[in-house]
Design a protein around this ligand. Structure first.
Ligand code: GDP
Length: 444
């Protein structure tokens, strides 16, 4: 997300940073480029104008222009304004109600509402340790109810059994008793959407809101629709008490106009980003980290958090301990590969790193990378415990068996063993106090 904007900002700032001093013309020129970049990212004109008006007096201040590193100070000012535009602090989820705590999702059809309902359920189960029940109120499209039921089944999330022909208001009431019976602590109501905003949809979600009294009303909006997403959010906000936005398809949005216009236009904070079709592709929206990403300063905090997710703290700890001792086992290698995969492969990692957006676009690492990681994982999993403990015993016939098991060939196995040998040698060196030398060479 934001690739285009990041590229532009990197360009603008690199020329500002080069200058030992800045005059008003240079700053003016920089601001004009920022304005252009925002408009090209599909940020609305009002938002762009307001942004520039806020930044301008600050960067035109004499103390900035005369300071020793004026470029850096301009970056800082733009960063602060971006954080403020994106919505400042991220607000937590309101669980303040007698369980089952009701929450609802609203939005246009196709925005990703049903998928997001399941993603949120998984997120709440994992992070808030709550039992969730999902309920579809989309009685107009039978496939919609079925879609949610099947998502529930695939991901082990409770759903309310479907009774054909039942009206939304009755489903709401049935859901509360069923949740009580099943010990569900939160109910997520997925409402019916339309392709466009219409009166019937609005009056229906208003009625549902008054019946279930939700603590949260999430508006699901498609990032790819740019500033339209923000206008849609504003309309919904006029009807129901929208408490947070989930911006979907952020993974495919290189511009980022929806994210940047949303808070300003709709007055509702973005709480989550949908970053893919899989159930785990939901990210908490942190304005400060996003601003860092937009400005090409990377988002290392999110990267590390992502890596730690689900991999099992124990495995990571063990691998770290082994590293310190200069030991590096095949199991550690497997943990490392899985860590990489979790972070979206090289491409995923790079998208979080400072100043690499340009490099990334020049690289054609996509696809290949993820495939190689999965292949290596399959190879290690096809080894016996003994082989993993002591790869030296892997002879020709063992190689053949491993190749069969992993659907590869002996040459690929050799390549992995060679890589592994190189890495374990490197680890040994690092543990002997060469850490500094390594980091100087750019190895983290
Ligand atoms: P609904 O009509 O609003 O309930 O939309 P759905 O949940 O059925 O989603 C429509 C399509 O968008 C599906 O194919 C989803 O897999 C896809 N989708 C939803 N969220 C995301 C996302 O964050 N990223 C991507 N790439 N696809 C998404």
């Amino acid at each position: 997300m934001f690739e285009n904007l990041t590229n532009k900002f990197e360009e603008i700032f690199s020329s500002l940073k080069k200058a030992a001093s800045l005059d008003e013309n240079q700053v003016d020129e920089g601001l004009r480029s920022i304005r252009q970049a925002l408009l090209e990212a599909d940020v609305s004109l009002d938002v762009t104008k307001d942004f520039i008006e806020k930044v301008k007096p600050k960067v035109m201040g004499q103390e900035i222009i005369r300071s020793t590193s004026p470029g850096d100070m301009v970056v800082k000012i733009v960063y602060d304004e971006l954080v403020s535009l994106l919505g400042e602090s991220n607000t937590d989820i309101n669980l303040n109600a007698v369980p089952p705590v009701p929450m609802m999702l609203v939005g246009l059809q196709g925005s990703g509402k049903t998928t997001t309902t399941a993603k949120l359920a998984k997120y709440l189960e994992k992070n808030k340790k709550k039992k969730i029940m999902m309920v579809s109120l989309d009685v107009y499209r039978p496939a919609a109810q079925e879609q949610l039921r099947s998502l529930g089944e695939q991901n082990d999330i409770l759903t309310l059994p479907i009774i054909e022909g039942q009206l939304p208001a009755d489903i709401c009431r049935r859901a509360v008793s069923a949740a009580n019976l099943n010990g569900a602590e939160i109910i997520l109501f997925d409402t019916a959407g339309r392709t466009q905003i219409d009166l019937q949809m609005m009056s229906e979600i208003k009625q549902i809101e008054s019946i279930i009294k939700p603590t949260e009303v999430f508006l699901v909006a498609d990032s790819l629709t740019g500033q339209v997403a923000a206008e849609v959010a504003k309309e919904f906000k006029n009807t129901v008490n929208v408490t947070g936005i989930v911006l979907t398809r952020a993974d495919g949005d290189a511009r980022g106009g929806a994210a940047l216009s949303m808070k300003y236009v709709s007055q509702v904070p973005i709480k989550f980003l949908g970053v893919g079709e899989k159930i785990e592709n939901l990210e908490v929206f942190h304005p400060d980290r996003i601003a860092n990403r937009i400005l090409g300063m990377g988002d290392i905090v999110s990267l590390v958090e992502k890596a730690a997710e689900d991999l099992g703290e124990e495995n990571i700890k063990k691998a770290e301990e082994n590293l310190k001792k200069g030991q590096f086992s095949m199991e550690d290698y497997l943990t490392q590969l899985r860590q990489m995969k979790k972070m979206g492969g090289i491409e995923g990692i790079m998208s979080f790193m400072p100043g690499v957006s340009k490099m990334k676009s020049q690289m054609d690492a996509s696809g290949i990378d993820e495939k190689v990681i999965s292949q290596n994982e399959a190879i290690i999993l096809s080894m016996t415990k003994k082989e993993r403990g002591n790869p030296k015993i892997i002879d020709g016939s063992r190689k053949k068996r491993i190749a069969n098991g992993s659907g590869t060939d002996a040459a690929t196995i050799n390549k992995l063993l060679k890589q592994f040998k190189m890495m374990s040698e490197m680890m040994k060196k690092m543990s002997k106090g060469n850490l500094k030398g390594m980091s100087d060479k750019g190895i983290p």
